[in-house]
Design a protein around this ligand. Sequence first.
Ligand code: IFM
Length: 465
Amino acid sequence: MAESDTCRLLGFPDGFLWGVATAAPQIEGGLDLDGRGESIWDRFARRGGVAGGLGALEACDHYRRWEEDVAHLADLGVGAYRFSVAWPRVFPTGGGRPDRRGLDFYRRLVDALVKRAVRPAVTLYHWDLPQALQDRGGWANRDTAYRFCDYAATLFRHLGADVPLWMTHNEPFVVAYLGHVTGEHAPGLRRPWLFARVAHHLLVSHGLAVRAFRQLAPAGSRIGITLFLWPQQPASDRPADVAAARRADAAVNRWFLDALLKGDYPADVRRYLARRLAGPPVRPGDAELIAEPIDFLGVQYYSRVVHRADPWNLFQGSRQLPPAGPTTAMGWEIYPEGLYEVLTRIHRDYGPVPLYVTECGAAFDDRPAADGRVHDPQRVAYLRDHLVQLHRALTAGVDVRGLFVWSLMDNLEWHHGLDRRFGLLYVDFDHGRRRIPKASFAWFREVVRQNAVAMPGPAGGGEDE
Ligand code: IFM
């Protein structure tokens, strides 16, 4: 490598873990294969909640094509692959006896990853609750937390020895809010008074699973949880806007951070919810259970939200302003500094908990060009700018151990269906779901190989192959 190139590299610490992430309901498909049970997303799609209907849930057909996907991971050279287990494959009706076929699928996947020196990082719940449990109240029913613990324990016993990183939940805020307040996600409820109840049961289930993990998992493997953490900022310094942003921050971020890392819900939002909607149904011992020490926290960062006070909004008393700058295909503002803000804030307010950025990525309207390749310079720029902010946080002393790009491949972006493309691999959903590595795939492979990000310099951006 020429010296001028070396000078433009921003290096990461030795052992920094580079990975990519997916989730079962977004990639697997195979809805009727091997005894998989119905999930709340199947039911939601049947009722019209997902663009493209039930067919869209066939997604990337990863359940059948997993070997090809593992080969892409090996080609990418990542040290870890974050994926989720589909609860309805392991317990088709949520409980009872596990289905051997479901367990065997994940055993084969884990074995193939380990063989290629890609560390499996498993999320237990990435939003696909067995419909049978929803029929009994879902996360609004505390019993679901106990069912989750049984499911988690089964996986710790089955895969524990080969999985170094476990995550109990993916973004419990999104489950409680989009699933139960706005109804955009399964189970599609619009019952704002369920927010605190659902969020509480999710966190109780997390605590139960962490306790089970301490008894069952082999030494050396670690457990945490991933949180949706977006800065909530005021539109102005008017006290009403500042208060609105603070309240939103409490509901979105502090509600989970405080409960997990300080052992209590923030008093301000608790009072606010109790007055306007309903507070969490806390039982004696719950606070300690939820704050059971974790080994790491997963930070999922994409953008920020700017708030203007609005007393007519029942949930948080504010409305979000449209993004001021450039956005991704999700309409989310591109705001890389927010990653630095979130990471340093956790370090400052919650102490030196080890962090992984368990998701970071962007959707753009990618299409194959005439040469058959997929050029996605916007994604390269997005990722590079976020890695620069991550590097800033490391330099400021924040203990970040790794980063997982969302996502390995284009997939089902929930209610939006298949046309929000977050992948490093393009998936041709119209032609046999062929995977085509995008330019960002090659770019990220270089990041991993060099353990460093090349900064754009006078010699050119290098954003394409
Ligand atoms: O696709 C989702 C993922 O399932 C959870 N975090 C945010 C991603 C992009 O919306």
